[in-house]
Design a binder for this molecule. Structure first.
Ligand code: GTR
Length: 322
């Protein structure tokens, strides 16, 4: 019988590369969207830096599931990593709901200043308790309402219109408080629902409005800028805990570099998408009195603080960031 000597066995083991681990990587957006391009860079960097020990494989277009479902898969470790929006995250990690309060950030710079500092760390801690490790923060601009019927100038124009919102009760309250009707729905169903008139409108940033083709059907985009929601590159905690500290460091560096790339690509894409939809005949309007939309959110804040008194300080701390 063939028997290896101890030294031959050691040599054979050395020559065998460690098993590459494939990380299923979730993305909702299509190929070419800034977040997906950045995730692809992340995947390449991780594979190179870990010498193939970790190989993230990006599945764009939400093929691994709609976002709320994908978040559950992430917590279960079935999806290893992905680019997630903090909106649908609120159903699982209550603290992240603070990021879904309309007008919580004055503008995108305010959001970055908060998320890149100590406040971002507080959200990371809350996510980590729910089994999710946030590695870096991406941009998603600001969201405004669009619809198939008419320009929205004042909250009264929303009366009687049905808007799709992401899966989070806060958005239902937001639309209700503005006088419209809200329907939570998966992102992937919005195009068809707009087309068939199941809904009259939705809300999103320019790149999503454009890449989802919603602009082909919804010809009125009204600049309310009511939500500025950060997105993360997040890893399943179970997967993270099985990763060596050295590789964790390499993955984190790649995620930070990818978020930087995404922010640059985002700024360009946002302008390009706005130009594209406008050329395609979308009427883009400023609202008459932006403050009217903001004031209408007072009951949403009051109810939220009543239900989450422990989060009031976090709201105040965000508002205080210069
Ligand atoms: C996009 C965001 C997605 C998803 C989508 C939606 O702006 O990047 O993660 O949340 O909006 O409206 O469902």
């Amino acid at each position: 019988m063939f028997r290896m000597t101890t030294s031959a066995l050691a040599l054979a083991l050395l020559a065998t590369p460690a098993m590459a681990e494939t990380w299923r990587t979730w993305a909702i957006h299509p190929e070419g969207y800034p977040n997906v391009t950045a995730l692809e860079s992340f995947a390449e960097d991780v594979a190179t830096a870990t010498e193939g020990r970790i190989e993230p494989q990006v599945y764009p277009g939400g093929v691994l599931g709609a976002q709320p479902d994908a978040i559950e898969q992430l917590r279960a470790g079935a999806i290893a990593v992905g680019n997630f929006n903090m909106g649908p995250m609120g159903e699982i990690v209550p603290a992240t709901n603070v990021l879904s309060l309309p007008f919580i950030f004055r503008d995108v710079d305010h959001m970055h200043a908060a998320m890149d500092g100590e406040i971002g760390q507080r959200f990371s801690d809350a996510l980590s308790e729910a089994g999710i490790v946030a590695l870096s923060w991406m941009d998603s601009g600001s969201r405004s309402f669009y619809n198939t019927k008419k320009p929205i100038m004042t909250p009264a124009d929303m009366d009687g219109l049905k808007f799709r919102v992401m899966s989070n009760d806060l958005y239902v309250q937001m639309v209700d408080s503005l006088g419209g009707n809200a329907t939570p729905m998966a992102y992937g169903e919005v195009y068809q629902s707009l087309k068939t008139g199941v809904i009259d409108g939705a809300e999103n940033n320019y790149p999503s409005f454009e890449s989802s083709n919603h602009y082909e059907v919804a010809k009125y985009y009204s600049i309310t800028n009511h939500l500025i929601i950060p997105e993360c590159i997040c890893v399943a905690k179970s997967v993270w805990d099985d990763t060596s500290p050295e590789d964790q460091e390499l993955v984190r560096e790649a995620a930070i570099a990818a978020a930087e790339e995404q922010r640059q690509l985002w700024a360009e894409r946002s302008d390009a998408s706005r130009a594209q939809v406008s050329e395609a005949g979308v009427e883009i309007n400023e609202v008459e009195d932006p403050m009217a939309f903001q004031t209408a959110m007072e009951p949403v804040y009051a109810k939220f603080i009543e239900a989450n008194p422990d989060l009031e300080q976090l709201i105040r701390d965000i508002q205080a960031v210069e």
